[in-house]
Design a protein around this ligand. Structure first.
Ligand SMILES: NC(=O)c1ccc[n+]([C@@H]2O[C@H](COP(=O)([O-])OP(=O)(O)OC[C@H]3O[C@@H](n4cnc5c(N)ncnc54)[C@H](O)[C@@H]3O)[C@@H](O)[C@H]2O)c1
Length: 369
């Protein structure tokens, strides 16, 4: 199989590219990326060592796709400006829409002309924030837990399913809106041009290889902060760290996409909730305990009570539909994810540590050096 991964030097894209190139599937893989994300340039050498062809290109620019040789069996669109805060201060709005929406259109046009199908990586951020905030929760010792009754449609005991409201209950962030609009484009193209396609609506993806920052990739940053002694803060919802997310390891996403690629011909833009599920869920407070255990130390964690207008207290993916359809379930837990991130950071040595250290420590190092 010949595979194109847009955003192929990013966190998720580079893991998918390497695993597709080196696993028993042994595909011919081209990773396409403009290296906008800080740190993604560090993945290029590793991709090439795994036999992946790297092409420097921008999904905003249809012309860049014409530099790609021949036709492809599958495109995985993993390029994005993935921050929930992107564009909210007015800056970067154009980049966000040009990459996340125009970029999807360019990928779809490329698929229509030269590829056999598309796997589109969407996000749980397509759900309305007010509806997610209307989930009734009670506080337990280490986390917020949904009440059993009287909940919004689409919330099941397994979490938020594909039927949860994406419209009609307030906004969903600029980022989420670009993704929801892209989902519609994917479905429309799939039906109009008979293009095999699936949409994976992913919850939090976390694991080794992510250049995490506060506004995106916080679960990786959390581990690094414990290892390198960087301070952190619990933001919002009373500053107690009891907000809950489910975590998906990118290797589990790979095993799903591999299965999807085998039966893609059946689908025309069908949407699947994809995440770690209840078994892979964790509150920040619980995650702190896992980080303390792995790093063998405690760090200062401030409490900031004010809540960002785009934050939600609870999100866990009900992945029943993906499990049923593809006989797939995530296997890696938050504990495994923390261990894998620690191993990656240790192997990356000083150059990697420098990306995660607090700025003050870096200034001290510069003075000493
Ligand atoms: N990481 C998560 O928790 C998560 C959750 C849900 C969905 N997703 C989705 O998964 C995909 C991958 O996310 P990620 O976490 O790997 O993010 P990432 O920022 O690590 O990777 C995105 C890659 O896209 C590249 N890129 C950005 N603009 C581009 C452009 N105009 N042209 C070409 N390349 C461009 C970046 O350089 C980067 O390498 C995205 O679509 C994101 O929305 C991620």
């Amino acid at each position: 199989m010949k595979l194109l991964v847009t955003g192929g030097a990013g966190f998720v894209g580079s893991v998918l590219s390497r695993l597709f190139a080196t696993g028993d599937a042994a595909c011919e893989v081209v990773a396409f990326d403009n290296l906008k994300r800080r740190g993604s340039e560090r993945n290029v050498e590793r991709l090439q060592a795994a036999g992946v062809t790297f092409v420097h290109g921008d999904v905003r620019n249809a012309h860049d796709f014409s530099a790609l040789q021949g036709s492809f069996d599958l495109v995985v669109d993993a390029s994005a400006e993935p921050s929930i805060h992107a564009g909210t201060d007015g800056a970067g709005v154009r980049y966000l829409f040009d990459t996340n929406l125009l970029g999807t259109l360019n990928c779809l046009e490329f698929c229509r002309e030269r590829a056999g199908g598309l796997v589109f990586l969407s996000t749980s951020r397509v759900y309305c924030i007010d509806a997610l905030r209307a989930i009734r929760l009670h506080e337990e010792e280490t986390r917020l837990v949904p009440e059993r009754e009287d909940q919004p449609a689409g919330l099941t005991p397994a979490g938020v399913s594909e039927g949860f409201p994406t419209t009609g209950h307030g906004h969903r962030s600029l980022y989420g809106t670009t993704k929801l609009a892209s989902e519609l484009l994917v479905e429309e193209y799939a039906r109009t041009f008979d293009l095999p396609a699936v949409v994976n609506r992913c919850g939090v993806i976390a694991g080794p290889g992510q250049f995490g920052k506060v506004e995106q990739g916080v679960f990786t940053l959390w581990v690094a902060a414990h290892l390198y002694g960087r301070s952190l803060a619990y933001h919002g919802f009373g500053g107690k760290g009891k907000q809950v997310r489910d975590l998906l390891h990118p290797a589990d996403l790979f095993s799903l996409i591999r299965r999807q690629s085998e039966s893609l011909a059946k689908y025309r833009g069908d949407v699947f909730g994809v995440g770690g599920g209840m078994a892979g869920s964790v509150s920040l407070l619980e995650y702190t305990a896992l980080c303390q255990e792995a790093a063998g130390r405690r760090i200062a964690i401030e409490q900031r009570v004010e809540t960002s207008p785009v934050d939600v207290p609870f999100f866990v993916t009900d992945h029943t539909k993906a499990t049923r359809e593809f006989h797939w379930s995530p296997t890696r837990t938050p504990r495994t994810i923390v261990a894998d991130i620690c191993e990656w950071l240790a192997a990356g040595g000083e150059p990697l540590a420098r990306l995660f250290r607090p700025a003050s420590a870096q200034r001290m190092e510069t003075r000493r050096g």
